[in-house]
Ligand binder design. Structure first.
Ligand SMILES: C[S@@+](CC[C@H](N)C(=O)[O-])C[C@H]1O[C@@H](n2cnc3c(N)ncnc32)[C@H](O)[C@@H]1O
Length: 345
């Protein structure tokens, strides 16, 4: 889509993300390691599953999750409703434009094709728009259709991970596995640069083994999230949605409902984890620059370096999300919930 305006009376989420795509991709390309901590729960969940597996990055955007996990010797398929998001991906993995809640992907690859499926930040954007407004009931139905299709695409013994902003934050963490890993044991999954950045910025040993809960407790002790609104929803609802032309097109998923929907397909929840990990930047201005993308959907150009604007955006994210300065790094509070599933039948 060349036009950078959503001038239709009835635009779709694909139209919205087609416009957002170049800026979204540009932020990730400029700071490819800022979201390194997001990768740790995936490492815990998919390490030791074997090699040459079929891996679906559902709701891939520009492919941050699959490209960050590319050290794995798997076949990756990127899937998204927005062809511009896929085009802006820097990976040369197979890609697919999703239609009808992943039904066309199921038709192409068939039941049980994927051994690993991940969805990072996708569900809350998978909404049904009627006259440019979110229809809640249709969106719930949409989430259920997506769950049904992803369930069919998952192989027996396959692992599926949903990471998203929850509609509530009351969920108690539980993980059936208490595996312990050191950061350096993840070198076969993510780049050494990511691991080194985590180690340097948070002063975590590369070689000491931790469980996922212990790992999160270290993060919490060094960069505690003291914001009264500990999930990014507040920032999106109270800041972005009110000040950008198209709002923030989102309906946050109910993780308890997601869990019970997957159970219908013989898929059990083996971990549910409020992972309050921040994003890492080398300065407050760099963090501000990154977040300009979320504010700039209807701006004509990509966000440029402009230290005054970057600082202003830093102040805003500090107010709405919270930023910790630790060890000369800037940690922006984030926090999504990870729900890990396994298909037993
Ligand atoms: C916030 S982005 C997340 C991208 C990526 N997973 C990441 O972690 O950077 C959400 C993505 O979901 C896609 N999306 C929204 N609704 C969708 C749907 N119904 N089916 C497939 N993809 C959808 C959007 O196009 C967008 O690329």
């Amino acid at each position: 889509m060349k036009n950078n305006k959503l001038n239709k009376n009835n635009y779709s989420t694909a139209d919205y993300f087609n416009i957002r795509a170049p800026r979204y991709a540009n932020s990730i390309k400029t700071f490819p390691f800022a979201r390194s901590l997001d990768l740790i729960p995936y490492c815990f969940a998919i390490k030791d599953l074997g090699t040459n597996l079929n891996f679906l990055d559902a709701f891939c955007g520009p492919g941050f999750i699959s490209s960050s996990l590319s050290n794995l010797n798997h076949k990756f398929v990127l899937a998204d409703v927005s062809d511009e998001m896929i085009k802006s991906s820097s990976t040369n993995h197979e890609s697919f434009v999703v239609k009808n809640d992943f039904e066309n992907l199921l038709n192409k690859y068939g039941k049980g094709y994927f051994n690993i499926i991940v969805s990072h930040g996708g569900f809350h954007h998978a909404v049904s728009l009627v006259n440019n407004k979110i229809d809640n009931n249709k969106t719930i139905e949409k989430h259920r259709n997506i769950i049904s299709n992803l369930s069919k695409l998952l192989s027996k013994d396959g692992i599926l991970i949903i990471a998203d902003i929850p509609n509530d934050n009351y969920i108690e963490d539980y993980l059936l596995s208490d595996k312990h890993y050191s950061l350096s044991q993840f070198k076969d999954i993510v780049s050494s640069k990511s691991l080194q950045l985590i180690s340097d910025s948070l002063k975590i040993s590369l070689d000491k083994a931790y469980s996922l809960i212990q790992f999160q407790n270290i993060i919490k002790s060094k960069v505690p999230n003291q914001n009264p609104h500990p999930v990014p929803r507040y920032y999106f609802d109270e800041y972005i949605a009110k000040r950008t032309k198209y709002g923030h097109i989102a309906m946050y998923p109910d993780f308890i409902d997601i869990k019970s929907q997957f159970e219908k397909y013989g898929i059990k929840n083996i971990g549910l984890f409020n992972y309050h990990s921040p994003w890492i930047f080398e300065s407050n201005n760099a963090a501000g620059w990154f977040f300009k993308e979320k504010f700039s959907i209807d701006r004509p150009t990509l966000p440029n370096e402009n230290s005054e604007l970057d600082y202003m955006m830093y102040e805003i994210i500090n107010q709405y999300l919270g930023v910790n300065n630790y060890n000369d790094f800037s940690f922006v509070n984030w926090g999504v919930t990870y729900s890990i599933f396994k298909k037993y039948e």
